[in-house]
Ligand binder design. Structure first.
Ligand code: SF4
Length: 308
């Protein structure tokens, strides 16, 4: 059961924003802007049935993905930079967003999955409660970048069914170089612990579709194998090897980093295999794995369906 004051507490945080570990302490209700440059409003790019997520999320009818503008991380290589590096989009109120969620359910989607919810969490959760009151029954998936404030994740208890956080960096220096955060592993771990505490480490399934649990995503970056290995070491040491991990191979240099000395190339099949072998050797068994392909897998948010 959702506590009546959970949404009120979340919305109040807009006045002294600590929704993520950047803790900008700006009053977004008065027009002050922090690192994410978002107002205290919902800024949405698009909502669609997404068939490219992990199989238990996409199922046969697609994940109900809602892409939001901006992000609290701003990774220089972001595959979604067209929307995550800017703040414009459709301005919605919570009721309008609830209707978007209900429409995704009506279209047959297996879940509702906001990306990236972190800087807009209070109003997204308010919309979720409104949608639930109007009959929404599909799971709610919190698809975030992993750089979360654990105190905020605590406030999401009983509202989130499936957590889908990235665990981008095990090596803090890589987080500093690519996402301008010096403490990524610390916050990613503490938040993940809280997520597992709320929904469990095992992924609960029904008819091959996820209903509850956690899937951690890790994108292998070119030449950054020690970063990947450290991610697995930390999760094993601090949490469990039974957490489901999605080991992603699709890193593709965007225009912004095509000349970057490290990030300007795809990963090789050998790099991916080395990380996969390391994870298996550590005892991780619940792994979603991908082929390393030559295909351009970057979405294009200028198209109606960015993934076609
Ligand atoms: S959500 Fe935005 S304004 Fe709030 S702390 Fe994070 S980056 Fe700063």
């Amino acid at each position: 059961m959702v506590l009546p004051n959970q949404i009120a507490l979340l919305k109040n945080i807009f006045k002294d924003c600590v929704l993520c570990p950047r803790r900008c302490h700006v009053d977004r209700t008065q027009g002050e802007l922090g690192y994410c440059r978002l107002p205290a409003k919902i800024m949405m790019d698009c909502a669609l049935a997404h068939h490219g997520e992990e199989p238990p999320l996409s199922g046969t009818r697609g994940a109900g993905t809602i892409f939001f503008s901006s992000c609290n991380l701003g990774c220089i290589y972001c595959q979604n930079y067209q929307i995550s590096h800017c703040t414009y989009g459709q301005e919605l109120d919570s009721l309008a967003l609830a209707r978007v969620m209900l429409d995704l359910e009506k279209r047959g989607c297996h879940n509702v999955e906001p990306v990236t919810p972190t800087p807009q969490t209070p109003l997204i959760m308010e919309a979720l409660i409104l949608a639930r009151e109007q009959g929404l029954i599909i799971p709610f998936v919190y698809n975030c970048g992993g750089y979360e404030n654990p105190q905020i994740i605590k406030l999401l208890d009983k509202m989130v069914d499936i957590y889908l956080p990235d665990f981008k960096y095990g090596v803090a220096e890589d987080g500093a170089a690519f996402s301008a955060v010096s403490d990524y592993p610390l916050y990613a771990l503490d938040s993940l612990k809280e997520m597992v505490h709320q929904v469990g480490a095992e992924l609960e399934m029904e008819n091959e579709v996820a209903k509850r649990g956690v899937i951690v995503r890790h994108l292998v970056l070119p030449g950054k194998l020690e970063n990947s290995r450290t991610v697995f070491r930390l999760i094993k040491k601090e949490i469990s090897t039974s957490v489901a991990i999605s080991l992603m191979s699709q890193y593709t240099p965007t225009l912004k980093v095509q000349n970057h000395p490290l990030l300007g190339r795809r990963i090789t099949a050998s790099e991916y295999q080395q990380v996969l072998d390391f994870a298996l050797d550590l005892g991780f068994e619940n792994l979603f794995i991908q082929e390393v392909s030559e295909e351009n897998l970057l979405p294009d948010f200028d198209r109606e369906n960015p993934f076609k």
